[in-house]
Design a protein around this ligand. Structure first.
Ligand code: GLV
Ligand code: GLV
Length: 367
């Protein structure tokens, strides 16, 4: 059966799009690497689009759903996060939207761990030293030392999929783990991790006994050597437990002066002005960020201040940016594959057309 569905992709998501072309879809891909202006998306929708493929860069709200009224059947978001999509507007217009959870979990967690390691062991400063010919001698502690990760305490803020994967990576480095989540606790997983830790200790694989437990946010921040953030962005009014500026001045001041903050979740979870102050005044030892209040990071961002350059690592929203994770057309492995499958499920009425049963649809409550 030929499918004449019209799909507009606001971005090229790679070879996985061939899956749609082979099925007979009429596919239009916005060719520029930068995001299209909203007006252009609206124009395309008014021309009668059945499926819209979006990225984090597209603001999807009432205006968009209005433009697609009568024809738009699905928004397939190429990301796990969907804070760019107004869920209430999607629900009012009864348009399902999908995301690409799971396939980027391990990639994001490993990147968070590498960021943590880069901060702790001063990889950036150490390479600069070498490249800039400032490595004059080998010395026990000059010109600087880093901090070990092994045996230290990490606080995992947010124990959804990515937080749990980060816990798994940290447990492999013999770390003590403090968990906090405002909304969702997975005690089974934490118990299983403790069992693997205990086995590693009993069999002599790790030398020190370590532990994992849920604690209050305050306890997590006060005790941790590393704090890694894995919460979704929820603004005031969107949830009983909003995460916007969760890391404000008060919370940053709870952290130890020797501790490091890692953020791979969403920029606005951290108040960047407060963080800049924390780094300048040494309330904490350092931070590594992959996400920002405004992306791309503006040239005038205070985070670029050269006086904190040695302890502030900045990355370009890169945690999921690994080949298979981003591009695999296999819905079990790649964001591209999962995005396409989510779109197909809705348009081709898989699962007997029951949106509630479709695994990649997010806003099931509207149906
Ligand atoms: C990336 O930030 C994502 O939400 O997939
Ligand atoms: C360091 O290189 C050492 O041999 O201890």
């Amino acid at each position: 059966m030929p499918n004449n569905f019209r799909v507009f992709a606001t971005c090229d998501i790679g070879d996985a799009l061939e899956v749609l072309r082979k099925r007979g879809y009429q596919l239009e891909v916005y060719p520029d690497p930068k995001a299209p202006p909203k007006g252009l998306i609206i124009d395309r929708l008014r021309s009668g689009i059945d499926g819209l493929i979006t990225t984090l860069r597209d603001q999807i709200d009432a205006e968009i759903f209005e433009a697609g009224k009568g024809t738009l059947k699905v928004v397939a978001q190429y990301a796990v996060g969907f804070d760019n999509i107004n869920r209430a507007d999607a629900n009012r217009c009864k348009v399902p939207f999908t995301n690409t959870a799971d396939v980027l979990t391990e990639a994001t967690a490993e990147f968070a761990f590498f960021m943590l390691g880069s901060l702790a062991r001063k990889l950036w400063s150490a390479e600069h030293l070498t490249r800039e010919n400032k490595w004059g001698f080998w010395h026990p502690y000059l010109p600087f030392l880093g901090d070990e990760v092994t045996g230290k305490t990490v606080a995992i803020i947010g124990t959804g999929r990515i937080g749990l994967a980060m816990i798994k990576k940290c447990s492999g480095f013999d770390m003590n783990i403090l968990c906090y989540d405002p909304a969702y606790q997975n005690h089974e997983y934490i118990k299983a991790i403790q069992e693997t830790i205990d086995l590693r200790y009993a069999r002599g694989i790790q030398k020190e006994k370590t532990s994992i437990k849920y604690v209050s946010l305050e306890d997590a921040l006060r005790q941790a050597d590393f704090v890694s953030v894995h919460v979704p962005l929820l603004r005031e009014g969107e949830s009983p437990t909003p995460t916007f500026h969760l890391f404000n001045e008060k919370r940053l001041r709870m952290m130890k002066p020797t501790s490091f903050l890692v953020n791979t979740s969403r920029g606005p979870v951290i108040d960047e002005n407060a963080l800049t102050k924390a780094l300048k005044e040494n309330w904490i030892a350092g931070a590594a960020l992959d996400v920002y209040e405004k992306e791309p990071l503006p040239p005038e961002s205070p985070l670029r201040d050269p006086s904190i350059e040695d302890r502030c690592r900045l990355f370009p929203h890169f945690a999921s940016a690994a080949r298979i994770t981003r591009l695999s057309p296999d819905p079990a492995k790649g964001m591209a594959g999962r995005c396409i499958q989510g779109l197909i499920d809705v348009l081709e009425r898989n699962y007997s057309g029951d949106v509630k049963r479709m695994p990649y649809v997010v806003n099931k409550e509207a149906f």
